[in-house]
Unconditional design. Structure first.
Length: 203
């Protein structure tokens, strides 16, 4: 379809009226926020967050209704008209949340017979949750001493308690594994050596 130069210029300028990040990354179970800025001409219009590979066929998930925060499940959107910004928040992220999304503003003329707007694509990625330093230390302890269990000795029980959520620091765990455990085993060996059966004169 042929477009007049004035209308073509309007469409091209509209594509520059909305800006946002090209990509964002969150972690599994966490949350992320996307901030999109628009020109003043779009201040009074609805803002949308839609999902899909193409701008024209994406499905609207959540939209603004004034400046109040609107929610749809784990997603929310809020328009800060005084800052010409709207913010989309995604919570409790799952692997299925990764994909192509769009920040969108739409305005209508002529009683709805002709509508136009602008959109900007945002690629959402979801990465595995990062292990904390404590979890990494506990995993290393398990790799070094795979046979540890609460039935074997007290030190192993301390290790398991710590790794299941104790408030002790990772430094304490390192002292436990590399200092207390060898000391305990040394004491056990000494007791067994002292109490060993002695051979009589006749052999």
């Amino acid at each position: 379809m042929w477009l007049s130069p004035a209308l073509l210029l309007l469409c091209l300028s509209g594509s520059l009226s909305l800006t946002g990040p090209s990509s964002v990354t969150g972690t599994l179970g966490g949350s992320l926020s996307v901030q999109c800025q628009y020109e003043k001409e779009y201040q009074s219009y609805k803002k949308y967050w839609c999902r899909g590979q193409n701008e024209g066929t994406c499905d609207n998930i959540v939209e603004t209704q004034g400046e109040a925060k609107e929610k749809n499940g784990r997603l929310s959107i809020r328009d800060h008209a005084d800052r010409l910004t709207f913010i989309v928040t995604m919570e409790n992220l799952t692997a299925d949340d990764a994909g192509s999304y769009w920040c969108r503003v739409r305005k209508t003329w002529y009683l709805g017979f002709w509508s136009s707007g602008t959109s900007v694509q945002v690629k959402v990625s979801v990465s595995p949750a990062r292990k904390t330093a404590e979890e990494t230390t506990c995993q290393a302890a398990s790799d070094i001493f795979p046979g540890l269990s609460t039935k074997q000795n007290f030190s192993a029980e301390e290790v398991l308690i710590h790794c299941s959520g104790s408030s002790s620091s990772s430094v304490h765990l390192l002292l436990l594994v590399f200092l207390k455990l060898p000391l305990f085993l040394t004491l056990v060996g000494a007791v067994l050596w002292v109490n060993r059966p002695l051979k009589g004169p006749g052999g």
